[in-house]
Write a protein that binds this ligand. Structure first.
Ligand SMILES: Nc1ncnc2c1ncn2[C@@H]1O[C@H](COP(=O)(O)OP(=O)(O)OP(=O)(O)O)[C@@H](O)[C@H]1O
Length: 605
């Protein structure tokens, strides 16, 4: 597909043809060169074209055409060596620096700066002096000297994309760092790498030829630079001879840069195919591992949706049916026990605590709401459980997060990653930004199913289609084959919900899962979440600032203010008799904002 798009650019086609012709002619030199590159004929010294020498003879009476072809092999091989070394060192070190940062970034950055500070030409001349006249060795050294350019470019690009939500989403789904770097990061930054690579290849040819023009390099090996030197020496006797190596070098370098530009343009173009390829067919229920449990549409009978249940005259407390709270017996060990959780970020010489001594239990199979105004620390609490605090964020003091009896606060990253996506699922706030725009929806579901849940490719596709159907996507195969920009926000959130429950987690963390959606879709998504939670028996920690959402879906609720939890209670008594002044104020202000809720009994309780 990319090749076809590149070929639509006429300049790129010309560049490609020239480059291919030069490379092919060089590679096939032993077969197509009319003479040996070293054969001498005294009568052809500085001779013009003719007499079997198509481009004439050089200062020693050798066939210029044959030498030009053989020289191409050596010069292009030298450039390839320099480019490979620069790419390998620069791209790998840039990826590691940008992705991991910290000390590694410091050390690699220092190395890159040191290399950049060295005068390239002088280092290469010293190398020729010390190691002899091998141009290939010089090109290895030149590649090392060029690698900081790639390092800086890649590091900057990685730093720009590594905090994209879809990279976080890949991390939350439990994918390993090498996989995230290779698939979600490297793929996005390949365009600038391509253009830089074409420029570096051109520079390598020019520098190599320059060194040979100065008389360095092996005089016995034909090269374009060596030919330039010979022609320059005889410029008054045979002025045309300098054209051939000069033109060849200029054409090769120009073609490389033009082609690199065209490929970059194609890669960068965000345009997606209008018509997606034939989507996979939905397997029959009999072939599936799980019985499809009916679409959301089936389950949303008239009056059955959350939206339908919200009558303007209803109070929130009324909507909570007696017995709706699934409070397990008190002595059961909770699935998640957070104690004395404090999270701090560096501020000057000390840490500024944004979560301060939070104690919170989430029991097996219950939905725990975490509410509070913006900035109260809800997301930081949830991210502490996921192990995904922003850089600099640290658990302070005696923070403890026990998940199913395991201490997460001190768990090595590899073991934490094994929990994410599998035993702890996550649904983010902004559905669109959490899907990688470069991949089809289906691929983004299949990937964690294969690499986190260990399914075969076919089984993962089957499972992904069933998940899409389960979360109420009307035509799963079509959505499976669509790119994120081709689906609506509500559909994207359903896709992310499908991804979050794909590992059948015991705990689902949802951070404002309905905030970015319009009201009707919000209600459907809440219905879906409740349905999935009941079906899979998952516990859920639901971060929200919306008491309506709490009333609809939560069993218990914890209220956060300024990094602390000020009140925890079952939903019904909390709405009926809020104990803490802050809860009363928050509840009051929420009710004032919302017309249907202004007549709630709790407002006057
Ligand atoms: N990377 C960071 N560096 C420093 N402080 C941060 C960082 N991320 C969050 N904070 C601070 O942590 C506090 C709590 O943020 P958090 O995102 O948990 O709030 P929240 O209750 O989830 O609010 P919202 O609903 O707006 O997301 C805020 O004061 C915020 O400024």
């Amino acid at each position: 597909m990319t090749v076809r798009k590149v070929l639509r650019n006429p300049l790129a086609v010309v560049a490609l043809v020239i480059l291919l012709a030069i490379v092919l002619a060089s590679v096939l030199a032993p077969l197509i060169a009319p003479h040996s590159p070293t054969a001498l004929r005294l009568d052809k010294i500085n001779a013009g074209p003719g007499g079997g020498y198509l481009l004439g003879g050089d200062g020693a009476g050798r066939d210029i055409l044959s030498r030009l072809l053989h020289a191409g092999r050596n010069t292009l091989a030298g450039a390839l060596i320099a480019l490979s070394v620069a790419l390998l060192l620069g791209v790998v070190s840039g990826l590691l620096s940008g992705y991991y940062g910290g000390l590694l970034d410091g050390v690699l950055g220092w190395g890159a700066n040191l290399l950049m500070a060295l005068p390239t030409m002088i280092v290469l001349l010293a190398l020729f002096q010390a190691l002899g006249s091998s141009i290939y060795l010089a090109m290895v050294a030149f590649g090392v000297m060029l690698s900081p350019g790639f390092h800086r470019l890649v590091r900057g690009q990685v730093m720009a994309v590594k905090h994209e939500l879809y990279v976080d989403a890949a991390r939350v789904s439990g994918l390993s760092d090498p996989r995230i770097i290779g698939r979600h990061v490297l793929l996005v930054i390949r365009a600038p790498i391509v253009i830089q690579a074409s420029v570096v290849a051109g520079i390598a040819i020019v520098v190599q030829s320059g060194l040979e023009f100065l008389g360095l390099g092996d005089p016995g090996t034909p090269t374009w630079g060596g030919m330039l030197q010979d022609a320059f020496t005889n410029i008054y006797t045979s002025p045309v001879a300098i054209w051939w190596p000069g033109m060849t070098i200029a054409l090769t370098v120009a073609s490389l840069v033009l082609l690199g530009n065209a490929i970059r343009d194609v890669i960068q173009r965000t345009e997606r195919p209008r018509k997606p390829p034939k989507p996979p067919t939905l397997p029959t229920p009999a072939a599936s591992r799980r019985e499809p449990s009916g679409s959301v549409a089936d389950r949303l009978e008239p009056g059955g949706s959350v939206a339908d249940r919200l009558e303007p005259g209803d109070s929130v407390a009324d909507r909570l049916e007696p017995g709706g709270s699934a409070t397990p017996c008190a002595d059961e060990l909770p699935l998640l026990r957070i104690t004395e959780l404090s999270v701090g970020y560096p501020s000057g010489d000390e840490y500024r605590a944004v979560v301060r001594g939070v104690d919170l239990d989430v029991r097996h199979g219950e939905v725990m709401g975490l509410v509070g105004e913006s900035g109260s620390g809800k997301t930081q609490t949830a991210f502490s459980v996921l192990g995904l605090l922003s850089p600099g964020g640290t658990l302070l003091g005696r923070s403890s997060i026990l998940f199913d009896g395991r201490e997460l606060a001190r768990l090595p990253e590899a073991e934490r990653r094994a929990l994410r996506g599998k035993r702890i699922g996550y649904i983010p706030q902004e559905p669109m930004s959490n899907l990688d725009p470069c991949f089809r929806v289906g691929e983004q579901l299949v990937e964690p199913l294969r690499f986190v849940s260990g399914l075969s490719k076919q089984a993962a596709v089957t499972e992904a289609l069933h998940l899409l159907e389960r979360v109420g996507i009307p035509e799963p195969p079509r959505t499976f084959a669509a790119y994120p920009h081709e689906i609506s926000g509500g559909m994207a959130q359903r896709v992310l919900i499908a991804g979050a429950v794909s590992g059948k987690p015991e705990l689902l963390i949802a951070d404002e899962p309905t905030t970015a959606l319009d009201v009707t879709v919000q209600a459907e998504v809440l219905d879906l979440l409740r349905g999935l939670q009941t079906e899979f028996g998952m516990a859920m920690l639901l971060v929200t600032h919306n008491f309506g959402v709490v009333a609809d879906i939560c069993d218990r609720v914890a209220v956060m203010q300024d990094g602390r939890i000020v009140e925890v209670n079952d939903v019904r008594p909390l709405f009926a008799r809020p104990r803490h002044q802050y809860t009363q104020t928050l509840l009051g202000s929420t009710l004032e904002d919302s017309a249907p809720r202004t007549r709630l009994e709790v407002n006057h309780a």
